[in-house]
Design a protein around this ligand. Structure first.
Ligand SMILES: [Zn+2]
Length: 466
């Protein structure tokens, strides 16, 4: 009996054979391929994500995100969600399309860059695909009658697709023309309270990068056309980044100006050059938007005051691609453990082998037992392509980036049966060991996710003022 048939009768089973993961295999004879791809133009994350069926390009700068990619993205959203909830933020959805009238009120319309997609509706009204939502969020608050200081602070966030008409899309999801962002808009009673909010959200951002195993650097930045009183960028060290930072070897201060020879802080001259990619941006806005858009509240003396506003953005598509770029080798994807599409793949013995029938039964039991572990529910998949050797499927598992491959092979017919565990962590050689089933389930039960566990962990990141 086929393994898939046994398992599917009991409950829905995640099976590699059913997974929509179109692989791009290197052609044996490249002359037969029409329009061969020029791999020299592809960054590592882009090549890996295309080859391993994580994304698929549909037009220049536009990508389908396939099941494995979307699972990783949804886990990234869940991780960010947990931090947003900790801050007391509430999720909303702001329309993608906005009337130019709102941007004219804030004064941003005049400086609209060519990256912004413009539309015209049937009434000849000028509309844009909202690149950032400060106006919309301030306008939402302005629409609330009699907003009281007792209701503040209010933190509203959303996940939304953003569009940029890039001149040169590159590096897959790192610079694409459509991408996912998380943006947060905070409204406080006073600038002092807004500054406290600003520090709390910045600390949460550093924790998020820490949980993603990415070295994040926070630097003071120019507010650009968004404006405001202060602004910071979050960068990760990444070979395909667009910025170069000089980190002082003496005091770890980050000097953004690549031509400065001495450290601005300690005058030291030894620098470490780091190529970085911007993945987040924060703005302390004060009343930059609330005054022109009349977003006000009644203070304790019942006097109307403009809301003190701050806004925050995380480029989720870019973070996903940057984590693959930073943690993977040229041949194998490594995901940050927190967002690996599936945590465990089970690889049963090859069809026709002596241990095949025992392995099929044990695989079903193992799958059920692991799904009973709360943090592994729906996070296990079986590579049921049993016509392939175990070795081929182990290689596939390593290339796709499953953190754990469980091989139900020769040792599953001994007494007691044992399962081989191949652990695949970023920047480390695979680690292999074997355990009987009850001990194995115990082992994974104890490997609960460390999400939000370490408050001090953010200290591992570099925080710098330039
Ligand atoms: Zn220094």
């Amino acid at each position: 009996m086929k393994l898939s048939r046994i398992s599917c009768q009991v409950f829905r089973t995640n099976l590699v054979s059913k997974l929509f993961q179109p692989l791009t295999l290197a052609p044996a004879n490249s002359e037969k391929v029409v329009g061969p791809r020029d791999d020299s133009q592809l960054s590592k994350n882009q090549k890996l994500m295309l080859d391993l069926g994580i994304i698929r390009q549909c037009q220049n700068g536009f990508f389908h995100v396939l099941p494995l990619g979307l699972r990783a993205m949804n886990k990234l959203k869940n991780l960010v969600d947990s931090h947003m909830r900790n801050l007391g933020a509430q999720e909303i959805s702001i329309p993608h399309i906005v009337d130019s009238a709102l941007w004219k009120k804030s004064g941003r319309w005049a400086n609209l860059g060519q990256e912004v997609f413009k539309l015209t509706d049937r009434h000849d009204r000028e509309l844009i695909l909202n690149p950032t939502h400060e106006e919309s969020a301030a306008d939402l608050m302005a629409s609330v009658p009699q907003l009281s200081h007792n209701q503040l602070p209010i933190f509203l966030y959303q996940y939304s697709t953003k569009f940029r008409d890039e001149m040169r899309p590159r590096c897959g999801l790192i610079r694409s023309r459509e991408f996912l962002m998380k943006d947060l808009y905070a409204f406080d009673e006073s600038l002092d309270l807004a500054k406290q909010t600003y520090d709390r959200v910045s600390a949460a951002y550093l924790k998020i990068f820490n949980e993603l195993q990415l070295e994040a650097i926070r630097i003071e930045a120019d507010g650009g056309e968004i404006g405001g009183l202060a602004s910071h960028e979050f960068h990760v060290a990444c070979d395909v980044g667009e910025d170069t930072l000089l980190v002082c070897k003496t005091c770890s201060h980050v000097n953004v100006n690549p031509i400065s020879s001495a450290c601005e802080l300690c005058n030291g001259t030894g620098h470490r050059k780091v190529t970085t990619l911007e993945v987040g941006h924060t703005f302390l806005l004060g009343d930059r938007y609330s005054t022109p858009l009349s977003a006000v509240f009644a203070d304790s003396n019942n006097v109307q005051q403009p809301l003190s506003m701050s806004s925050y953005g995380l480029g989720l598509s870019r973070i996903l691609a940057a984590s693959v770029e930073c943690l993977s080798t040229d041949l194998c994807i490594s995901w940050p453990t927190a967002i690996a599409p599936y945590k465990i793949v089970i690889i049963p013995a090859k069809d026709g082998s002596n241990e095949y029938s025992a392995a099929s039964r044990i695989t079903g039991e193992l799958y059920a037992a692991l799904n009973d572990v709360a943090h592994l529910r729906d996070d296990v998949i079986i590579d049921d392509r049993c016509r392939l050797t175990i070795g081929k499927r182990v290689v596939h598992a390593q290339r796709t980036g499953y953190p754990y491959a469980l091989v139900v092979g020769r040792k599953c017919v001994q007494e007691p049966p044992e399962i081989e565990i191949i652990e695949h962590a970023p920047n480390a050689a695979p680690f292999t060991h074997s355990l009987p089933i009850p001990e194995l389930v115990d082992y994974f039960t104890r490997l609960a996710p460390a999400r939000g566990a370490s408050n001090e962990a953010a200290g591992a990141n570099v925080e710098a003022k330039c």
